[in-house]
Design a protein around this ligand. Structure first.
Ligand SMILES: [Zn+2]
Length: 475
């Protein structure tokens, strides 16, 4: 029986750099013995007196062979064995190499890079010569900036216009509690320079728009998309395609992340994958849906890895592949994405030849208008007339655990259509949610089905906290 054994990087020096070797054997042990006989140096690394060393694991397809009984250890055609040794990380070889363009301090700082043949002095010089633009200094921008700075990327640009908020600290690790209220760019620049003074930091204190995107992006080798909204995501994609720059894409939501590299000269762009954005309101943002604090760390570190590989020209890039990460299941999956010949941007007959109005393209503005068309009531007016108003809370039950207005009836907006008979048609109804958006939709629905004394609490429970009762927590 012929089977393939995958060889990990650390052992490839014993297999003549082969990443996989075809061997013969009826069961796992015969296959490993065959491998050891072909590459005798490997034998002492894998076996101790005939037994597999405890720090080496061998997987038959997805199962550890230590967990398999004799019957299941038998091999079938097409089976794949993988050797997975324990890897401590770091490096034990402390040789210091010298090179003209890297100072002694830099040689020492980047030693664990330089002693790897895939990086070496030449690779470290490439990192120093490279420039990377991070769109956003938030959840994804934080690990990206930290790791790219530590790795020695010579020039890092940051685009952001926001200030640090308390609710950012749960995941935006480049910002500290003492930074709350400061511009994110000031806070991020300070940390990057504290990590690595050899990095030049360029800050672009602005919202990225169709007017400034080409000019800002043109100055960098690689663009990394750390945005949280569709308008900027399409803007970054389009600008990268028009400028011929690779776009390292990452997105996060609750417990799930996506990573890819869009590089239209060598593969698909974001529009090949998603030609159009979802309608506004269909996909909640992290501000509405939440995000596990560590998730941008995982996804941002993956994006930083892809950026460094692009700079080094090493390994296999995520071009044409979309990596999906599920933190709850702790699973990575990968799907192949192809360049769409009909893509309006990077296809054979492109119809988009310049940047467009991305707010309009993504339908932004419509929900606000919808909200402003329904009758509203101020928090203060509700407080003054509390006794004669019927308050309907259209948020989700877990939000009520965080903050509530006493006496309100909970009917989550998703179930409202089936529960309208619970609402007294003679009452003066006030509907509220967190910020006033969902409740505006609910008010619109109630007006449409004949309720005529319904109003929306302007600004939601957030405004209630600001204007009426500051003991109600904001979230
Ligand atoms: Zn495309």
């Amino acid at each position: 029986m012929l089977v393939t054994i995958k060889i990990p990087t650390v052992l490839r020096r014993f297999t003549g750099d082969q990443a996989s070797v075809v061997v013969e054997g009826g069961d796992v042990h015969e296959a490993l013995r065959d491998l050891a006989s072909r590459f005798p140096e490997l034998k002492t690394h894998l076996f101790d007196e005939g037994a597999l060393r405890p720090f080496v694991n061998v997987f038959l397809n997805e199962d550890n062979v230590r967990d398999l009984d004799e019957e299941h250890g038998r091999l079938k055609e097409g089976d794949e064995l993988s050797i997975i040794p324990a890897v401590a990380g770091g490096a034990s070889d402390t040789r210091i190499l010298t090179a003209r363009e890297l100072s002694a301090e830099e040689m020492s700082r980047y030693n664990r890079h330089i002693i790897m043949p895939e990086v070496g002095v030449a690779g470290q010089k490439k990192l120093k010569a490279a420039s990377v633009l991070l769109i956003g200094a938030g959840g994804l921008g934080s690990p990206l900036a930290v790791y790219l700075a530590a790795a020695g990327v010579g020039r890092i640009g940051l685009v952001d216009f926001d200030t640090v908020d308390f609710s950012n600290l749960q995941r935006q690790i480049i910002h500290f509690t003492s930074d709350v209220g400061r511009p994110k760019l000031d806070s991020a620049r300070e940390k990057i320079q504290a990590i690595n003074p050899h990095v030049t930091v360029e800050t672009h204190y602005t919202r990225l728009t169709s007017e400034n995107a080409l000019e800002i992006l043109a100055g960098y080798d690689i663009v990394i998309d750390g945005t949280d909204n569709f308008a900027t995501r399409y803007l970054v994609n389009d600008a990268c395609v028009l400028l011929g720059k690779p776009n390292v894409y990452g997105s996060i939501f609750r417990f799930e992340g996506q990573v890819s590299v869009f590089d239209a000269g060598h593969g698909p762009c974001y529009r090949c994958l998603y030609p159009e954005p979802p309608p506004p309101g269909m996909v909640p943002s992290c501000a509405e849906g939440g995000v596990l604090g560590i998730l941008p760390g995982t996804v941002g570190a993956l994006q930083a890895t892809e950026a460094i590989k692009l700079i080094l020209g090493a390994g296999k890039s995520l071009r044409g592949r979309l990596l999906l990460f599920d933190a709850l299941a702790m699973q990575f999956r990968e799907v192949r994405i192809r360049k769409d010949p009909a893509c309006p941007l990077c296809g054979e007959n492109p119809s988009i030849r310049g940047l467009i109005d991305y707010d309009e393209f993504c339908g932004i503005g419509a929900p606000e208008e919808e909200g402003s068309l329904v009758p509203e009531i101020s928090p203060r007016e509700v407080a003054e007339n509390r006794d004669r108003l019927l308050l309907i809370d259209v948020r989700e039950p877990h939000e009520v655990d965080i903050a509530r207005i006493g006496g309100a009836v909970l009917i989550p907006v998703g179930g409202l259509a089936g529960r309208t008979q619970e609402i007294d048609r003679e009452a003066d109804v006030v509907v509220y949610c967190r910020s006033g958006k969902r409740s505006a939709k609910a008010v619109r629905h109630l007006l449409d089905i004949g309720f005529d004394r319904v109003r929306n609490l302007r600004g939601g429970i957030l405004a209630w906290s600001d204007e009426v009762d500051p003991t109600v927590p904001k979230y």
